[in-house]
Structures are given as C-alpha cells and as structure tokens.
Design a protein around this ligand. Structure first.
Ligand code: SF4
Length: 117
C-alpha cells in the first residue's frame, strides 16, 4: 500500500466513524432528539399490581399497551373494574408507562394515575 492509498483509507475510516452514530437509529435519537426524561421507579410511584377503587393502568392516559392489546382495550377498563390481578392476567399482557419504569400490568395502579378521556 502506498502513501496515497493509506491516506485515502484513513480518511474513509475517519468519515465512517463520524457518520456511523448519526446513521444508526440509536445515534440519530441520541444526536438530534431531546434527552429522554428519566422514569420514576415503581417504589417512588407507589405502584401496585392491582387496581385501586376501579382505577387501573389500562384506563390511565400514561399506559402504553403491549403490541396487539390496544385494539382489544376499547371500553375494557370499565368492564373490568373491581377485578384484581389474582388470575395473573396483568402479568400476561404487561405494557409500559410514560412515567413509571419497568413492565406495567394493565391491572396496576400508581399515584400518577390520570383517567383517559
Ligand atoms: S401512571 Fe401509574 S397508573 Fe398510569 S399507567 Fe403509569 S403506572 Fe399505571
């Protein structure tokens, strides 16, 4: 390899290493999006895996249902008030939350609950 080829290769390597984080999904998010807000841990949120007086994650505006569950959820929250998580249903269909970290049961509840309108 002569000097010219070595410089070309070095230049290509530097350009690739600079562009790689910007071209990958992770890199794009990291570089151009606002930093992700930190989520609250379950203990601080007073999270529980069962409903509280008919209030449950599945009818909270912060709940992110698991894939395939959102279409089943229309009106489901109202029909399931009074149920608890004794059947393990919440664990089978865990979703997420925009505020609280970790897997979230649709039957759960926490102090940040806000009813979906
Ligand atoms: S804010 Fe609380 S009640 Fe609402 S979805 Fe998240 S964990 Fe459930």
């Amino acid at each position: 390899m002569n000097r010219r080829q070595a410089l070309k290769m070095l230049g290509a390597t530097v350009v690739a290493s600079l562009l790689y984080p910007l071209l990958t999904k992770e890199g794009a998010v990291r570089s151009w999006a606002a930093p992700r807000p930190q989520k609250v841990d379950k203990k601080a949120a007073l999270y529980q895996s069962h409903p509280e007086a008919g209030k449950m994650c599945m009818n909270c505006r912060h709940f992110i249902p698991p894939e395939g569950m959102s279409s089943m959820m229309g009106g489901m929250g109202q029909n399931m008030e009074g149920m608890n998580d004794s059947m393990g249903m919440g664990r089978m269909m865990e979703g997420a939350c925009t505020i609280v970290e970790g897997p979230i049961s649709p039957m759960g509840y926490c102090r940040f609950y806000e009813r979906k309108s």
